[in-house]
Design a protein around this ligand. Structure first.
Ligand code: NAP
Length: 258
């Protein structure tokens, strides 16, 4: 099928570098967003205003797309929005649907992960040609967990948790490759280069931001947290990303974004 690659969630943390990568490779890109295109945006992509929650604009957004990379997410309705996208894609002739999911969605009983797992099932059973990549947490998310606590005199971290953060531009690169390739089903997970203690990561983020705070580990109740503590969200055998958390922080600091 000829036609552009539609990127849902194209304005998000992952979508932005993905669009950059696709454009750099010469792929025709159609961006999906709920917002209208800014008047000063002259980048070489098409823009489709669409709200996956209501379905408004969806038919035009998917029309003629050869591939759809589904990065849009919203904690409240990922299953319904993915179902709507799948139905529209089927009616539009069956493009290749590439879905980004999270390592451990089948191991950690956290409501957001349960929705991602249900969305994976929808993609797998859609009848469309499909590819699913699961990634670990992006560096941005792990850094934000600490740096967003601006007003607290201490930095709270989840006790006993480890993370394996991955550089989002590397995930975007892998997705671009998957979007270009033939549908591959569920591909091997993508994790960052290091598994590190949450406390240690928080200390690095605070240091990079020049903030002095006492780090206070907090033990949370519940089965989701237990599964996180057991490392259900980690992929230690899949240290595919190469950019470390320290390198990410250094780049952000240099760009004045800490
Ligand atoms: N963050 C992580 O650490 C991580 C790790 C592994 C996998 N993932 C997965 O990667 C994907 C992208 O995550 P992200 O961190 O880049 O998300 P994000 O920054 O929160 O971006 C979410 C995007 O979804 C779009 N969106 C939300 N509701 C929508 C709706 N009703 N209709 C159309 N578009 C809608 C938003 O676009 P507009 O506001 O422009 O409409 C926005 O571009 C998600 O599926 C997430 O589960 C994330």
């Amino acid at each position: 099928m000829d036609g552009p690659t539609l990127v849902t969630g194209a304005t998000g943390t992952l979508g932005r570098p993905l669009v950059d990568r696709l454009l750099a490779e010469g792929t025709a890109v159609r961006v999906m967003s709920r917002r209208p295109r800014r008047a000063d945006d002259d980048r070489p992509y098409a823009w489709a205003v669409c709200d996956l929650a209501s379905g408004e604009g969806l038919r035009a957004a998917v029309e003629g797309a050869a591939t759809i990379v589904h990065c849009a997410t919203n904690a409240r309705n990922d299953v319904a929005t993915t179902r709507r996208l799948v139905d529209a894609a089927r009616r539009a002739g069956g493009p290749h649907l590439v879905y980004i999911s999270i390592v451990g969605v089948d191991r950690v009983p956290f409501f957001y992960y349960e929705a991602k797992l249900a969305a994976e099932r929808l993609v797998e059973e859609s009848g469309l040609p499909w590819t699913i990549l699961r990634a670990t947490q992006f560096h941005d998310l792990v850094a934000t967990m600490t740096l967003a606590q601006r007003r607290l005199p201490v930095a709270l971290v989840p006790a006993g948790l480890r993370f394996q953060p991955v550089e989002v531009t590397e995930v975007a690169g892998r997705l671009a490759e998957l979007a270009r390739d033939a549908p591959a089903g569920r591909v091997p997970d993508m994790g960052g280069p290091e598994v590190r203690d949450a406390r240690d990561l928080a200390a690095s983020a605070l240091r990079a931001a020049g903030r002095r705070r006492r780090i206070v580990p907090v033990r949370l109740p519940g089965k989701a947290y237990r599964a996180y503590r057991a490392g259900g969200h980690l992929a230690p055998g899949r240290t595919v990303g190469t950019v470390t958390f320290e390198e990410y922080l250094e780049r952000r600091a240099k760009a004045g974004r800490l």
